[in-house]
Design a protein around this ligand. Sequence first.
Ligand SMILES: C[S@@+](CC[C@H](N)C(=O)[O-])C[C@H]1O[C@@H](n2cnc3c(N)ncnc32)[C@H](O)[C@@H]1O
Ligand code: SF4
Length: 382
Amino acid sequence: MSGLYIHIPFCLQKCLYCDFYSLATRKSKKAYLEALSKEWEERKNDLDWGVKSSIKTIYIGGGTPSSLDRDEVKYLFDSILKDRTLFHPNLEEMEITFEANPENLTYDYLNFLKTQTPINRLSIGVQSFCDNDLRAIGRKHSALQAADSVQLAQKVGFKNISIDLIFALKDMTKERWEANLRKAIELKVQHISAYCLTVEKGTMLNTLVERGKITLPNEIEQEEQFLIAKDYLTKNQYEHYETSSYAIEGYRSQHNSLYWQNKPYLGLGASAHSFNLKKRRWNINNLQEYIEGVNQNKIYYQEETLSPKDIYNEYILSATRVKEGISISHIKETFSQETFNHFLLQIPELLKNNLIQRQNDHYLLTTKGILLSNQIAVSLFL
Ligand SMILES: C[S@@+](CC[C@H](N)C(=O)[O-])C[C@H]1O[C@@H](n2cnc3c(N)ncnc32)[C@H](O)[C@@H]1O
Ligand code: SF4
């Protein structure tokens, strides 16, 4: 089983916190979509990079995929699905996700997505159901529009909707964060991604924080808000299955789960990453250079072959994020005796500090451990 990721870098504006490769432009959209189609044609049968097992998930992410108009969305699917042999035979059984911003989600656009494309899962970038928060982070949509977009999506028939929320925003109180979660539950969305605001280098937010223009909640407040989400959502039938991900039973993100389970995926477009179990490849994060590279047969990516050490470290990183935790037998059977010994040597300290607990073949992170998952991963790394 493998997945296909397609990156759409166009946005209405560049949000101050955002580190994803995205541009506030509409320029070169057509040329970009043509380049995507060409990249797909070139790579799908490449012995090294083609997805050898049938593709079970497609994730169109960004940037803002919903900035594409209907003809552009149609063109994208027509080019990708032209050769159906690489895909699961039944499109309806695949998970096909489209990331969307609330301001683009009119009834007509949603109805088009539902009836004229194979998209069966929406990931809506709500961020907050509070106008003060949305203004503070410079979003184009209002709280009302955010809730309306979810309801309209339900009305046209989408039965698998995820929303993104961000906590630890400037001036965000516990009460406000709880109100956001309450609203999400009230809307009966199947999946919630609850991210802690990260100050990424090179973003406008980072400049503002460094200049003292913005003060954000401290680490204790961040942890408090993380725990509020965990507690409140799990009490309301959402399974906390990955650091930032909560799902009603049967609605985990299958595509993102491929990443966390170190399964293969092919990424198309500027900045997209690919993984074929042995190598990682990442495309250049520059729109024009990507288009030129694809069209003129120049190299538009970098790649690295993973060493056994990289593969072990990546496994640890993913396993410390997911509910299932770290499989002892997987490490024993996949890696060298030396690696397994190194792993076993770190365990007593982690158990003593109540960061992990054993459950059959797995070490699971405790709640304290989840808050310190990066530290745990670093301590287990080779
Ligand atoms: C690819 S991004 C953008 C999706 C869509 N364009 C939007 O803005 O709604 C996916 C999600 O990552 C989250 N995100 C982006 N930057 C973040 C940051 N610095 N800290 C926390 N979450 C972030 C947001 O919740 C966002 O919806
Ligand atoms: S958060 Fe979304 S809309 Fe804002 S710049 Fe990033 S990708 Fe674009």
